[in-house]
Design a protein around this ligand. Structure first.
Ligand code: ADP
Ligand code: MG
Length: 696
């Protein structure tokens, strides 16, 4: 059997393959494009395409596709075969530079939020050479950006690449101020920790709610949940182990650095974390990871649930976005340095993040907003919907000392003079203790913990990169050409700490007292997608994102529309699923059971009229009460869904979803769940929470 080292990346046209299969000159030219963003020559593209094709054919590929990330949040691909007819009646296998660089999928069915009317079906995809092409099945996949004919981005990759560019530009300005003339590029990196549930396919198939919406819309709690804390880091069951092994193998073949795997808090919940890479590649890899997780699960008779809240009453699934920025020379800009000068630079980058998170807390919040994630945030299992930052005691101590010009205990009781004192190295131990913070410093990176498990990480990283670019721009504008650099720097860091103190919170983020305190501090608390999404179009947000050319105003309008549409559509699907399940499965089951119990009582009475049948009578009354309630609530929910068509726009519709539809769904669920607890198991029409959560 091949070793991991031998097969790692075998399905990727990576640097090793490029080097081996391209003429040296072409390789260098392509490398320059990849590393420095230089534009690619068409003649180069032709040679690359030919080499890529030959490599792919050797691997058994027959097709190629431009692989892209439309605003559906998942990936899209349309396969074209390499064949081209030859005059002798046979075929030759062809792939040109033009086909590599540009594709024109019929884009009319992808969400555009009004950017392009569907009759103008044309959109185009363009090759992103910074993310390697790979083979999936028999298809060569070329990572691409997806735009409308007018150039407006219709995907998540384009703005992500733009945000990386903005961050690079501004960060390099800062580095030059600190005398670094050699770094050529600054890149943001990400390592997303992915949580998921595994349940059996057999049970999954029996639940319409899981199949339609990815989560259980009904279900009384199992007698046992996660209260024993026995699942987290627990022994991995053989069936799950076999799944993880095959998953790793497939991910490694695709060059995805799957690293850590363990059981999570809830029963049947697990986590997979890769080693970090650039935010662009990391995003592509996370999309692929989610796809492959689901595919491999099926091979093992399992279903991988990526929904944020598949089960009520136990933890949902999130995705921790570990994020940092570093230079092409390997310097992590969020790592405290060894010299006083490096420390000053570190503090400036740290402050840029603090300022960014405070100024654009709304953007961070809305970058993770989906109907699914609304169930997690603030539910005492994930950070609240309020964005705050955790720095750890040591680092907080340093910032406090700078702000107040007071001595810092850690640095020999002296006042901190930037550029003179050496800061302590912040170990993971002191920075990683707070697991309740939405945005925590973890020694040399930040961990943004609000993302939902099914979210594309693109959105969060777009906002992070852009907001930090904006802070850095403000700093660079102030510092470039200033007479006394060190004093100006010190003052600016001090001012940032003073101005943005409110965003820093080192206590328990799950505590209600914090929510009250956060409100006093003026931090925003957008509980639902409907609340936060419209703020994408707030003037300050439009100004910042357009000035860094991350989005055009038109793209921002379309995204607001699409995200709200997604929210409304997914909840509407859930509501319709509930209506169908209640009408055709749950109420009939309750009725059948009640009738059988009643019939039993009658039989008993016929045998002996003095038997009181108190149990039967009370049970049948309760069951009938619940089925009546459920019947009425179903009708009310149907009415609420029908009334959505009267909303004058998507904002109003999303408010109706939040205020009317969701509460009615809750009400219907609670009657049905109560009935489930009284109904004999053999009558219940689908697997219960105990079956699902403890079935693997
Ligand atoms: P945990 O948060 O569960 O304790 P780790 O701290 O070991 O786990 O790592 C979490 C993730 O952070 C991993 O995916 C790791 O690759 C990633 N990571 C480490 N350094 C960086 C960095 N400089 N930039 C982005 N991600 C990073
Ligand atoms: Mg983590």
């Amino acid at each position: 059997m091949e070793t991991v080292k031998e097969y790692f990346g075998c399905n990727v046209f990576d640097d090793r393959e490029m080097k081996a299969n391209l003429p040296a000159k072409v390789y260098q030219s392509l490398k320059k494009t990849i590393d420095e963003g230089a534009t690619l020559d068409v003649s180069v593209a032709n040679i690359v395409a030919e080499a890529m094709k030959e490599w792919a054919l050797k691997k058994g590929a027959t097709h190629y596709t431009h692989w892209f990330q439309p605003l559906t949040g998942i990936t899209a691909e349309k396969h074209d075969s390499f064949i081209s007819p030859s005059p002798d009646g046979g075929v030759i296998m062809e792939f040109s530079g033009k086909e590599l660089i540009k594709g024109e999928p019929d884009a009319s069915s992808f969400p555009t939020g009004g950017i392009r009317a569907t009759f103008e079906a044309r959109g185009y995809t363009t090759w992103d050479p910074t993310s390697y092409a790979f083979i999936k099945g028999k298809t060569l996949c070329i990572p691409t950006a997806f735009c409308a004919y007018g150039g407006q981005a219709l995907d998540k990759k384009t703005p992500l690449l733009r945000s990386m560019e903005a961050l690079n530009t501004q960060a390099l300005r800062i580095l030059r101020l600190f005398g670094n003339d050699t770094a050529k590029r600054v890149t943001s990196s990400v390592g997303p920790e992915q949580e998921y549930f595994l349940i059996t396919k057999e049970m999954y198939d029996k639940r319409l709610d899981l199949r339609m919406s990815g989560r259980t819309l009904f279900g009384a709690k199992a007698p046992k949940g996660q209260e024993m804390d026995d699942h987290y880091f627990g022994i991995i069951k053989p069936r799950v182990q076999a799944y993880m092994e095959e998953l790793n193998r497939e991910l490694w073949k695709l060059g995805i650095l799957a690293k850590t795997e363990h059981n999570e808090v809830a029963p049947s919940q697990h986590e997979l974390a890769p080693i970090y890479t650039t935010t662009n590649v990391g995003t592509d890899h996370n999309q692929l990871t989610m796809e492959i997780m689901q595919k491999i699960a099926l091979k093992h008779g399992l279903v991988c649930l990526l929904h944020e809240k598949p089960f009520a009453g136990v933890n949902g699934s999130g995705k921790h976005n570990n994020w940092s920025i570093s230079t092409d020379e390997g310097q992590n800009l969020l790592s405290p340095g060894a010299t006083p000068y490096e420390n000053a630079q570190f503090l400036l980058f740290l402050c840029a993040v603090i300022k960014a998170v405070d100024d654009y807390q709304d953007l961070l919040r809305l970058s993770v907003a989906t109907a699914g994630n609304d169930h997690r945030l603030g539910a005492n299992e994930a950070p609240p919907a309020v964005v705050s930052m955790f720095l750890g005691d040591e680092l907080q101590g340093v910032l406090d000392a700078i702000e107040n010009d007071t001595p810092y205990a850690g640095a020999e009781k002296t006042k901190i003079q930037l550029g003179v004192d050496v800061l302590p190295l912040f170990s993971r131990d002191t920075t990683d203790r707070n697991r309740t913070s939405p945005f925590a410093f973890t020694g040399n990176k930040f961990e943004f913990r609000m993302l939902g498990s099914s979210n594309s990480i693109a959105c969060a990283n777009i906002m992070l990169n852009a907001a930090v670019a904006e802070s850095l721009k403000i700093y660079a504008d102030r510092l470039e050409g200033v007479g006394d650099f060190e004093t100006a720097l010190h003052e600016m860091i001090k001012k940032t700490i003073k101005d943005h103190k409110r965003i820093m919170f080192n206590g328990n983020g799950y505590d209600d007292a914090w929510i009250a305190e956060a409100e006093k501090r003026g931090l925003s608390n957008y509980k639902t997608t409907a609340d936060c999404m419209p703020h994408l179009l707030d003037e300050k947000n439009v100004k910042m994102l357009t000035s860094h050319k991350v989005f055009t105003i038109e793209e921002m309008q379309s995204r607001t529309e699409i995200m709200l549409e997604n929210y409304c559509k997914s909840v509407t699907i859930e509501a319709n699923t509930m209506i169908q399940m209640a009408k055709t499965q749950i109420i009939p089951a309750i009725e059948k059971y009640a009738m059988d119990v009643a019939a039993g009582a009658n039989t008993k009475k016929q045998l002996n009229s003095s038997i009181a049948c108190g149990y039967e009578s009370s049970l049948v009354s309760k069951l009938s009460e619940y089925s009546d309630q459920a019947y009425v609530q179903t009708a009310e929910l149907e009415k609420a869904v029908a009334e959505l068509s009267e909303a004058k726009d998507i904002i109003e519709e999303s408010a109706m979803i939040r205020d009317i539809v969701l509460p009615k769904m809750e009400a219907l669920r609670s009657s049905c769940d109560a009935a489930e607890e009284l109904t004999a198991k053999s009558y219940w029409p689908f697997p219960t929470y105990s079956d699902l959560l403890f079935g693997v």
